[in-house]
Design a protein around this ligand. Structure first.
Ligand code: FCB
Length: 441
């Protein structure tokens, strides 16, 4: 990794990201049950039926993990707060241990000179709220605003930035249409409602944080570069529709107060009544926009019901997730988001990284592929900046190997290796390479 800080604009922030359920250990500290616990307990949903009970035991080892961030020369740490750790029933009486934990965590960052970048929700919905329909129930916007008030009432005075919801597409489509994540539904009506309610909850949380006097509030969306599988007009239309419900739908709601027509063709009939009246909340002004980017997808049409398409295997080198490595897609999506949606607002790459079958040998982990991946994507960020996109920071996913959702502990995304028996942390070569680069002025 041969970049220096001076290759990026003054004040550019470098960070690493994690999420609560993936690292903390949800069996500790009085956290309530979540839909990820029950999804994982249902045969066939998660590799080896693994779950987040212990994860990286970050709940107890957080100080060591913050040391790794500080020693790695990072400026900012993107973490998330577990709703069920703070409110075990999803509503009502807070868990004092949960609030104390996030208090200690934020203070721990500040003591080490790290800026706390909070995400309120990274997927572990409290089970009692899932019982009421979870993201399908419009009331979730109010429940989420109340949670926002409780947690940010405690730590909001010290966080540097905050975003309500990690990756609305995953909360909506991946979890309610494809069924790959909790609650594991495959239902178009549930999908349409979840996609709309997740945006309504986002807006309500932004309003709540503004009312608390907080600033530097943003949104974090995942995007994939959508490419047609061949050069037929049918494949082009299929890729455009994929681009529509994956990349455009959420930022269009937030920044244009409208949904793309291509997506409404399929989802419109299933949206909740009066959805058109919610855009003033959904479009509550934000201060920045985050993009999580990993790969591109090749899309081909088929005869299924809407959206009538599927993914096709691509020819490029792939990560252990089977995801093609395509840094040009990040450059394109940063430039397009700036041009078509966010204008002068700062953009952040809020997640980017790769999984590999990393192993410890002689006490070290050599991961040249990850160094190369990060280097190539940071190059894409630099090109987007040179073309005028106001990118203000980049977060590697992830600080630690962790619970990679339906893929359990098998897919290692960390800059730091975690032995899931001993829970020992071993910084990989990529951690050392990034640390050295970030030391260069
Ligand atoms: C993102 C998620 C994150 C992790 C990475 C690999 O979609 O935000 O939790 O699973 O993918």
């Amino acid at each position: 990794m041969d970049f220096a800080r001076s290759d990026f604009p003054e004040g550019f922030q470098f960070g690493a990201a994690t999420s609560s359920y993936q690292i903390e250990g949800h069996s500790f500290g009085g956290a309530g049950k979540t839909h990820w616990d029950t999804f994982a307990a249902t045969p066939g949903n998660v590799v080896r039926a693994e779950n987040g009970d212990i994860a990286c035991d970050h709940y107890h080892r957080y100080a060591d993990d913050l040391d790794l961030l500080a020693e790695g020369n990072f400026d900012v740490y993107r973490f998330s707060t577990s709703w069920a750790r703070v409110l075990p029933e999803g509503r009502g009486t807070p868990n004092p241990e949960g609030l104390d934990f996030y208090d200690r965590l934020v203070d721990g960052m500040l003591e080490r000179g790290l800026k706390p970048a909070a995400t309120l929700y990274h997927w572990e919905l409290p089970s009692p709220l899932a019982d009421l329909g979870g993201w399908r129930n419009r009331d979730i916007a109010g429940w989420f605003a109340d949670f926002t008030e409780v947690i940010m009432g405690r730590i909001g005075d010290r966080v540097w930035s905050a975003a309500p919801i990690n990756e609305p597409w995953c909360v909506g489509w991946l979890s309610h249409f494809l069924g790959h994540h909790a609650p594991g539904l495959r239902d178009i009506r549930a999908t349409a409602r979840a996609m709309h309610h997740v945006l309504l909850a986002h807006g309500r949380a932004i309003e709540t944080m503004r009312a608390l006097g907080m600033s530097n509030l943003g949104a974090v969306c995942n995007m994939e570069y959508a490419a047609p599988a061949d050069d037929t007009p049918q494949a082009a239309a299929a890729a455009e529709l994929y681009d529509g419900y994956y990349n455009h739908f959420f930022i269009s709601g937030m920044f244009k107060k409208a949904y793309p027509d291509t997506v409404l063709e399929g989802l419109g009939p299933h949206l909740p009544k009066g959805w058109q009246d919610d855009f003033d909340v959904i479009g509550a002004p934000v201060d920045w926009c985050g993009i999580n980017y990993y790969t591109r997808k090749l899309i081909a049409p088929n005869d299924d019901p809407w959206p009538s398409h599927h993914e096709v295997d691509g020819p490029l080198p792939k990560t252990a997730m089977g995801w093609e490595i395509y840094p040009e897609g990040l450059e394109y999506l940063l430039k397009r988001t700036h041009r078509d949606y966010t204008g002068d607002l700062p953009l952040y790459v809020t997640e980017n990284g790769m999984a590999a079958p990393d192993e410890i040998e002689d006490g070290a982990v050599d991961d040249p592929h990850r160094i190369d991946y990060l280097d190539q994507h940071l190059g894409a960020v630099r090109r987007a900046i040179a073309a005028g996109a106001p990118v203000a920071g980049y977060y590697a996913w992830s600080l630690l190997d962790n619970f990679e959702w339906a893929l359990g502990y098998e897919k290692r995304f960390g800059l730091v290796h975690v032995d899931f028996d001993s829970l020992q942390r071993t910084p990989k070569a990529s951690y050392h390479a990034l640390k050295a680069a970030l030391a260069r002025g």
